[in-house]
Design a protein around this ligand. Structure first.
Ligand SMILES: *[C@@H]1O[C@H](CO)[C@@H](O)[C@H](O)[C@H]1NC(C)=O
Ligand SMILES: *[C@@H]1O[C@H](CO)[C@@H](O)[C@H](O)[C@H]1NC(C)=O
Length: 440
């Protein structure tokens, strides 16, 4: 008796529920959700299937290399910027294909913006701008040589960086130094450690270094710095794809690309820093941008910024020839004698730049830069200001530039010594940590 009522109840329930399920199922399969689910079973629209894990990615069916993709809301609707290294004589139309929350979008035409500085080399830096379709939460992008999607499944996807939500916790660096490509067997360990520790004392929070290769001891020091987090190493195996030049001029040095891709890495570093750093210093590995009236770069930048808002700051390079030593040799420390490289504390004689040749390096707010070259900006949003050398100059210990200058014609400049009390123990500490110090 009880069992019968139970069955009846179930039968009635089924009568009511079944039509509902059928109706719901029908409208479900016709809805967009249903389409999405069907599409998810269609392998040609699922993405990203193959993501590039490299910092340099060859673009199939072209001679070009892709480096990275950054959101950039400053370019009027074309919100995605891909930085690449392109064969300049074979730049044809490219089409953007975006991966939006797991599904491939329609392809759209791109805008290709070559950088004007290439020093005559066959390869140069190129920006490719893409539009992001409405309602697309873009995570990855790739470029196609035709608007059709036929070749899409072969391409590697590049992750999109600087998405507003993803790096909030990173947005707290005041100063980032961008050091372009390290190559060959560069092993100037002592000058490198002194330069980095000097930067730390001056308030720099991060040093980004693009590494093709380097010497043995320097590699140990770099590993130790990047474990600690002060240095961010970006692998830069450009020699795997091109014959990069060691020089800056094609006519003189030959090769495929200017100076191991220095122009590309500087631009990459600006975009890498755009959402997380107030200022970016663009200089070489052996150059220190040194304030002469302030204890650190932050207070100097606060002053300069208040007097000259929204400009790029140009700092004059001053050479300290390594052949002239300070005579007392009081910083010629025995424990550094087995560390390869130059001891910058021993070189205190500064060349006056001659009347025609004034090389500069830059301090920029990354948000004001669109494209940069080594000594100047190519496309930017604002003016530039030449910082007087009483306020700031670059200390650059290297071979003499003006070789004919005699010692008597040089200026004594002991600015580095003002920091020696902290600098020397800090340098000792990093050398010791990397196992590079000979203890007395
Ligand atoms: C620099 O690049 C070389 C060559 O790829 C690699 O062997 C070395 O480990 C890299 N060094 C660091 C610190 O990343
Ligand atoms: C200044 O130095 C540069 C680089 O060494 C050189 O090419 C130029 O001739 C020099 N000019 C003068 C006026 O000495």
């Amino acid at each position: 008796m009880k069992k019968n009522t139970y069955l009846k109840k179930i039968t009635v329930l089924l009568f009511i529920i079944t039509p509902i399920i059928i109706i719901m199922g029908y409208s479900w399969t016709n809805s967009t959700v249903g389409e999405l689910i069907r599409e998810r079973h269609n392998p040609s629209v699922i993405c990203p299937r193959m993501i590039s894990q490299q910092s340099i990615t060859p673009l199939k069916h072209t001679k070009h290399l892709l480096v990275s993709a950054y959101m950039d809301q400053r370019s009027g609707g074309f919100d995605l910027r891909i930085i690449g290294i392109f064969k300049r004589d074979s730049v044809d139309a490219l089409y953007c294909s975006l991966c939006c929350a797991g599904l491939v979008s329609e392809t759209t035409p791109s805008i290709i913006l070559p950088h004007s500085d290439h020093f005559g080399f066959p390869y140069g830096t190129m920006d490719v701008l893409c539009q992001i379709p409405d309602n697309c939460d873009a995570t990855h992008v790739t470029l196609l040589t035709a608007p059709s999607t036929a070749t899409r499944s072969e391409q590697l996807w590049i992750p999109i960086k600087n998405k507003k939500t993803s790096n909030k916790e990173e947005n707290k660096l005041d100063l980032t130094v961008c050091i372009s490509t390290l190559f060959g067997t560069y092993n100037n360990v002592l000058q490198f450690a002194q330069t980095l520790e000097m930067y730390r004392l001056l308030g720099v929070n991060r040093v980004v270094i693009y590494n093709t290769s380097c010497g043995l001891e320097l590699n140990r020091l770099l590993k130790s710095y990047s474990q600690e987090g002060f240095v961010e190493m970006v692998p830069w195996p450009i020699d795997r794809y091109l014959n990069p030049s060691r020089g800056w001029n094609f006519k003189e040095h030959g090769g495929d690309l200017h100076y191991f891709g220095q122009l590309t890495t500087l631009n990459e570093c600006i975009y890498r820093s755009m959402e997380r750093s107030r200022y970016v210093l663009l200089n070489d590995i052996d150059e220190i941008i040194m304030p002469y009236q302030h204890d650190n770069l932050n207070s100097m930048m606060d002053m300069l910024q208040s007097q000259h808002p929204n400009v790029k700051f140009l700092i004059e390079n001053h050479i300290f020839p390594k052949k002239y030593f300070e005579p007392s040799r009081k910083f010629h420390l025995h424990r550094w004698s087995n560390v390869p490289g130059i001891n910058i504390l021993e070189h205190i004689y500064r060349e006056d730049p001659n009347s025609t040749y004034h090389p500069y390096k830059m301090i920029v707010q990354p948000r004001l830069v669109e494209q940069t070259s080594v000594h100047q900006l190519l496309r930017n949003l604002g003016e530039q200001f030449y910082v007087p050398m009483q306020i700031c100059r670059i200390i650059h210990v290297r071979v003499a530039l003006l070789k004919s200058l005699q010692w008597e014609e040089l200026n004594e400049d002991k600015r580095l010594w003002d920091f020696q009390e902290k600098l020397i123990p800090n340098v000792d500490q990093v050398l010791r940590r990397a196992g590079l110090l000979t203890e007395d």
